[in-house]
Design a protein around this ligand. Structure first.
Ligand code: ARG
Length: 621
């Protein structure tokens, strides 16, 4: 049984449109049902008369009148008449209190109106995307949090989800750091057993520097004749860098040919990085388990085959010694580089192999990539290339949908990319620590009664939820300013506000039990009839009814912020209801129980939404 008033109204309006217009009614006519823009006029409106009037060359108002004449709203809303038509032809509808209560009753199941999908899809979500030997920074926060939330949404809808952590764990830069770690271990400067990610991060940077010959410097020395000392120094640097680069290339060859000692070193680097990555993800309440790791290295033995296949298909052509796929015919002027002139493969080659594996091995209907917007061109090219090559072809012959859930940059309060004062990337783990410390200070101030371990665990939940909500609540393609002060406020558009709204609902039930011996599960089994007379009760009920369609909208548009703003509206509607409609002090037991049921349903919807978003609800705060 449906709980969705929009679906019911759509059917009723469609029938009326056909009855009113007969053969004139276009086959694809859409009733365009939307929440009413003015709550005084109704709960919903149909905006169909305007486009229909235009198409049929009639006055919209006349079209609206004809529709209203044939509109049967029995059992769902108050009958419509001429007074239901507003402006040029908007048709307003107000649900009858009984129908509204009935819909809410239909929704009141553990699933909260989210049914099983007509066709369960397999959806691959590319998330996190850390790089070996590098600390996770604020960019990985977005790739992890947005990716995980989208995955949770798809799972909540009943789809099958594969998370894929496309770890940057292969190629020359990785070989550089591997060679360097090997040297440091050989000279006793580091102990491989006690290796930390900080050691690796330092070695990574040192290796980059060590392998970069300063040819420009040497040119300048020669050109401006800066003296024998400078010349000797730069010559030594260039020679040293060239040698280091050669060694790194040899290390890469060793890795590629599975040389045992080199692979063991690489594996140690991978383990240190991934242990830290998984610890941070766990702390973030993001599900990125070890078996979701599918790094670039896992494709290494497929790349030559991919390139051969692309050559065989006549798609890869030579250009200045390199191999490229031309994409001009699909409107992309930059060709996709798949093999360098020195024979090396690229980031894009691996992503081509990735699409093939995701669609053809994992069975993806959709591949969704939670990756920085600055990689927009890369994904446009790779998607186009993969479609051409048939790598996105599913078993049924249709193409999987390839989607870049691109996100903007995290900015500091100075509106520039978020960095430390010395210009370094901010370590994600440090950010999480600071959010939790600040959350604890706030909790100490607001609720000194919360002590010891509970305060610690609540602070953890509040701090993490604050960071995540701040990230998820703005449209993901936009940049946002990272502000601890703002994200940790207990009022306003924040994670703590939503957690607190749920805490309040839970505390109503603690009091209900103390005063009347009634628990939430008593209410759930009694199922007292909803009484939705006050405007605040209606508003809350209407918001609850939208939950499943909001989840669908997030999944379609890949926009978690829609769920954020929905939950905020839900919390605000609840708060208005609670201040206008006494619950524990209701005039009689029937009203009290009816309102308690509305509290319970609002609370469950809020909790389901918060968990689906990936926030961490608490009992008290
Ligand atoms: N490691 C990459 C980076 O740090 C992100 C990987 C994104 N996923 C992908 N399939 N390309 O930029």
């Amino acid at each position: 049984m449906t709980h969705d008033p929009v679906q019911i109204l759509r059917e009723r309006f469609l029938a009326a449109m056909h009855a009113a217009l007969g053969d004139d009614c276009p086959a694809d006519a859409d009733p365009i049902i939307a929440p009413s823009r003015n709550a005084d006029l109704g709960d919903f409106q149909s905006n169909a008369a305007m486009p229909l009037g235009k198409r049929l060359g009639k006055k919209p108002r006349e079209v609206a009148e004809a529709i209203v004449e044939h509109l049967d709203l029995a059992g769902i809303a108050e009958p419509a008449d001429a007074s239901s038509i507003a402006g040029p032809g908007f048709i307003n509808v107000r649900l009858s209190p009984d129908a509204l209560a009935g819909l809410l009753d239909n929704l009141d199941t553990p699933q909260l109106g989210i049914g099983t999908p007509a066709k369960a899809e397999t959806i691959v979500v590319d998330l996190c995307g850390v790089n070996l030997a590098k600390q996770m920074h604020v960019g990985h926060l977005r790739a992890t949090v947005i990716g995980d939330t989208l995955a949770r949404i798809f799972e909540r809808q009943g789809h099958k989800v594969f998370r894929q952590n496309h770890v940057g764990d292969w190629g020359l830069p990785i070989a550089m750091v591997t060679a360097r770690i090997g040297d440091l271990a050989a000279s006793g400067e580091i102990d491989l057993d006690a290796l930390t990610l900080d050691d690796l991060d330092n070695a990574y940077r040192a290796a980059q520097k060590q392998c970069a010959p300063d040819r420009r410097g040497l040119d300048a020395v020669n050109r401006f004749d800066l003296g024998p000392k400078a010349k000797a120094e730069l010559e030594e640097q260039v020679a040293g860098a060239e040698a280091a680069l050669e060694r790194a290339k040899q290390t890469l060859i060793n890795l590629q040919s599975h040389d045992e000692a080199t692979v063991a070193l690489w594996q140690r680097i991978a383990d240190v990085t991934m242990n830290e990555c998984h610890a941070v993800c766990e702390r973030l309440h993001a599900t990125v388990p070890p078996d979701s790791a599918a790094g670039e290295s896992t494709y290494r033995d497929e790349l030559a085959g991919v390139v051969d296949d692309l050559i065989g298909q006549g798609l890869a052509v030579e250009s200045d010694g390199a191999l490229v796929i031309e994409l001009k015919d699909v409107g992309i002027k930059e060709p996709l580089l798949i093999r360098k002139s020195d024979g090396g493969f690229l980031y894009a080659t691996t992503d081509m192999a990735g699409i093939r594996r995701r669609v053809q091995k994992l069975g993806a209907d959709r591949c969704v990539y939670a990756v920085d917007a600055r990689q927009g061109l890369h994904f446009k090219q790779v998607f186009a290339g993969a479609l051409k090559a048939g790598y996105a072809k599913k078993a049924d012959g249709t193409d999987a949908s390839l989607e870049h859930a691109a996100f903007g940059t995290v900015l500091g309060e100075d509106n520039r990319p978020f960095k430390t004062r010395s210009g370094e990337n901010v370590k994600l783990a440090d950010l999480l620590d600071e959010a939790v410390t600040r959350a604890e200070a706030q909790i100490l101030e607001k609720n000194p009664g919360l002590a010891g371990d509970e305060r610690k665990s609540v602070a953890e939940a509040v701090g993490i939820s604050a960071i995540k909500y701040a990230d998820l609540s703005s449209d993901r393609v936009r940049d946002y300013v990272f502000s601890f002060d703002r994200m940790l406020m207990f009022e306003g558009d924040t994670g703590p506000y939503l957690l607190y709204a749920l805490v309040r609902i839970k505390s109503i039930f603690r009091k209900a039990q103390e005063q009347f011996g009634v628990t939430a599960s008593d209410i759930a089994s009694m199922r007292p009839a909803f009484a939705l007379d006050a405007p605040e009760e209606r508003a809350l009920a209407l918001t609850i009814l939208q939950y499943s369609s909001v989840i669908d909208a997030v999944a379609d548009a890949l926009k978690p912020h829609l769920l954020c703003s929905y939950l905020r509206t839900l919390a605000e509607d609840f708060s208005r209801f609670f201040s206008q409609c006494p619950v524990l002090k209701a005039p009689d037991e029937a009203t009290r129980n009816a309102r308690l049921r509305l509290c319970d349903l609002a609370g469950r919807t809020l909790e389901d939404g918060l968990t689906t978003l990936g926030l961490v609800p608490v009992e008290r705060m």
